[in-house]
Design a protein around this ligand. Structure first.
Ligand SMILES: Cc1ncc(COP(=O)(O)O)c(C=O)c1O
Length: 420
């Protein structure tokens, strides 16, 4: 028998149920986020003296017990991609005005794209699902089959994006070595440019990355970007910047993102890393370039419909989260100092300029990075990345501050003191 008695329609009933569900979800998420802010992690990790007997005899065992029961969230240093959206983002997502973005009718996506283009000083922007999609869309828009793209051997586009440019676009990556800041040598780039001849593939594109992930998130100086621009103009090449962490570069160099973007034809940056949005990147460039990129995004299956739900979080990311990114850098320095003070750990403190920290085990016994990481996880619910046999990778972000750093240092001390 239909529920509709004529007094309340099916539509109203389902709408009421939906609203109630929304209310419950928001209540639950708010509660959870507030609990996280006051979490046991923080209370137990607070400002206590790590050397104190109280800490070793009482707090540490309690913490380990709670972690075993999974009562508290893991403290996650593996990446800044693990960041949860903030409660403001979740609320904005729930309330977002949406439309069909393939028709250009999603007001929230349109607002985000406009905001991004303005911030970067470019004519237009395109909302894409990920940093990888932003880079691939850009490469496909700049270059064609059989053409060369010059890229760092340890650049993210070359090492970690599944060879998309070759697999999808028939574009040939031409990898060149990089220095301690991820810079390619201008002479080597020039040497890679072959004369116009039917035998040779035409170079079309230079791919940059700023900050440079494989080099401890090094920010690349404007002088380097300027020389690349000059070289590119001289040789009629385009320049795309993988700016997954563009706002980290801007904070570290103390220059506007528009100044960095001014040297390149296109730039993609991620909302879903240090800026905390759950999904999405923006690709920015000229009106003509974005027109082409829109077509390429469609080819990749990346044209979305009511994407405003995600763009709403992106707007908060751009308006509220960019200024605080320097806090992550200060925390990275704090962590670096803590790590440098541990015996059995080697770290190049000078290399840490933004939020990425690599460090190594300075001992030659049974202890490998994997062993340490496993112990940190099982005994302390702390997650750290393995970057080699004895090498670790950690990143600071919105959800790991001084208290979590303190806990990591204590936990590492405990694990490193272990006997086989
Ligand atoms: C430098 C850099 N570029 C691009 C990406 C790709 O971003 P996504 O994971 O959103 O595809 C990442 C991801 O970590 C990155 O670190």
């Amino acid at each position: 028998m239909p529920i509709n008695s004529g007094v309340i329609s099916d539509y109203e009933i389902s709408n009421n149920i939906t609203l109630n569900r929304y209310a419950c979800i928001v209540f639950w998420l708010t509660l959870r986020e507030r609990c996280r802010e006051l979490s046991l992690n923080r209370l137990l990790g607070g400002d206590k003296n790590p050397e104190s007997i109280l800490s070793w005899l009482i707090v540490l065992p309690i913490k380990m017990f709670l972690h075993k029961l999974s009562i508290v969230d893991a403290i996650d240093f593996r990446s800044d991609t693990v960041t949860w959206p903030t409660i403001e983002m979740r609320e904005a997502m729930m309330k977002a005005r949406v439309g069909d973005d393939v028709y250009g009718e999603d007001p929230t996506v349109n607002e985000l794209e406009k905001l991004a283009a303005e911030k970067l000083g470019k004519e237009n922007a395109l909302f894409v699902a990920s940093g990888t999609m932003g880079n691939l869309t850009a490469v496909l828009s700049h270059a064609g089959r059989g053409e060369l793209a010059i890229v760092g051997t340890d650049g993210h586009i070359f090492t970690s994006e599944a060879g998309g440019m070759a697999a999808v676009g028939g574009i040939i990556p031409h990898p060149l070595p990089t220095d301690y800041e991820g810079k390619m040598s201008l002479a080597e780039i020039e040497a890679a440019l072959m004369p116009e001849d039917p035998h040779y593939a035409r170079a079309r594109l230079i791919l940059l990355e700023n900050t440079y992930g494989a080099r401890s998130g090094a920010p690349q100086p404007l002088s380097y970007l300027a020389s690349i621009r000059t070289l590119a103009d001289k040789n009629r090449l385009r320049v795309h910047l993988d700016g997954a962490r563009l706002f980290n570069a801007s904070a570290a160099l103390n220059v506007g993102v528009d100044q960095i973007a001014g040297y390149v034809d296109s730039v993609s940056f991620c909302l879903s890393k240090g800026l905390c949005a759950p999904v999405g990147s923006l690709l920015c460039g000229s009106e003509e370039f974005i027109g082409e990129a829109r077509r390429m995004r469609k080819i990749l299956g990346g044209a979305m419909r009511q994407a405003g739900i995600m763009a709403a979080a992106g707007i908060i990311a751009l308006k509220e989260m960019t200024e605080r990114i320097s806090e992550d850098h200060a925390n990275a320095r704090l962590l670096t100092t803590g790590l440098a003070s541990l015996s059995g750990i080697r770290i190049d403190s000078e290399a840490v300029k933004t939020n990425i920290i690599f460090f190594e085990l300075d001992r030659d016994d049974y202890m490998t990075a994997q062993y340490v990481v496993d112990r940190l996880k099982t005994d302390f619910n702390i997650l750290v990345g393995v970057a080699g046999e004895r090498r670790f990778r950690t990143l600071t972000h919105y959800w790991v501050g001084p208290s979590e750093i303190q806990q990591l240092i204590e936990a590492l001390k405990y694990v490193l003191a272990g006997k086989a």
